[in-house]
Design a protein around this ligand. Sequence first.
Ligand code: SF4
Length: 389
Amino acid sequence: MPMPLVLPRIDDDGLLARYPFLPQGSEFIKRVLEENGISIEELIEAPWLEGVRVRGRIRLVDSVLQEGGVDESSTVDISTEIGRMTEALSFLHAMLVVCASFDERLLARWIEGEASRADRLLGIDSDSFPLISGSYLSGIRADGNGARDVEYWVPLADFIELCPRISGNYWRLVNRPVIGGWVCLDAGAGESSRERTARLIKERIREHLHQGCLDRMERMDDEFAAMFAEPVERITGLLSERVEAEMPMTVAIREDWPPCFESAVSELNQGVNVNHVGRVFLAAFSRALGLPREQTCNFFANAPDYAADTTTYQVNQIYEREYTPHGCPALKTNARCPVQVGDDSLCDQEWMTHPLKYIRAKQRRRYQDTATPEAPVDEGEESSSANSS
Ligand code: SF4
């Protein structure tokens, strides 16, 4: 990947807040955390950082649900220190939620949203363009005078690597002027040369974000990922409602199910009379997993008191009102936790307070087993600070 050997120095905090995914952005985010004395735990739950989390969620929802990705017109005023902090940390929060989901489709949607936003911003941001392009391309040359008429040239190596990912005749090398190892990205298809170059840079941003997230996911341990169980559940639940047909089935793999969910499903299937808490938990947890309502209703088909209409009505209520599944303490109190100490090492963990944490931990382990079969991760090596940027 012919990234620049030396990154241009960026002293403008406003620019780093607007483009927090820049290679130089990780140092900036670290500095924001340090200067404000914010730990990852506080980022997740401190009341005074609620605005950051809300902005992160909006950013995430925009990215994964809107066709055009994140709205580039930020509602945050980055001329203020609090505005810059909000932009930088909301990006970090959204990225950590995506990584903690271990859901590759969610990851791909978020990256596409952020990269599309960057593409649009860069196309209109003539002041920042030289610094940003210099951070992602191994070189760039501008010919001509006047912002609209400038023609940008990029090194052949960058173009050859990135252009196959973009459709359209414009992006075939045979259709580009090439002189002395430089490729001209002149105006075309209704876009200026800068907008065309921004499109090419979008591919490098996507690649850089993807690699950064994969590295982070490999380093993330169960306990750290579990801290994000609630926002992960909310975003995957939203995805399941809005894009049901595309919902990643990885969330529904049975080996990932916690014993409490597995036992509720199995007992009902065998005609055992599962109590009220167990039934509500089963339906709410199914919704959190993104299972279709019909499948959830089918879980009850062998119950001794089964009535199709009643079951459909009650399952619909739980889906529409977005019931949060019971946590471990409530399930234990209501005799719906089937494990004893030693039965399941995950359930024995001190931090295991919710079955959603269980399933995220299982997904993380499966993801890491697939990603690095020869080099299993030492699950004790990660710390909160190592995940902070
Ligand atoms: S400890 Fe929690 S996750 Fe594990 S089976 Fe019991 S209720 Fe479910």
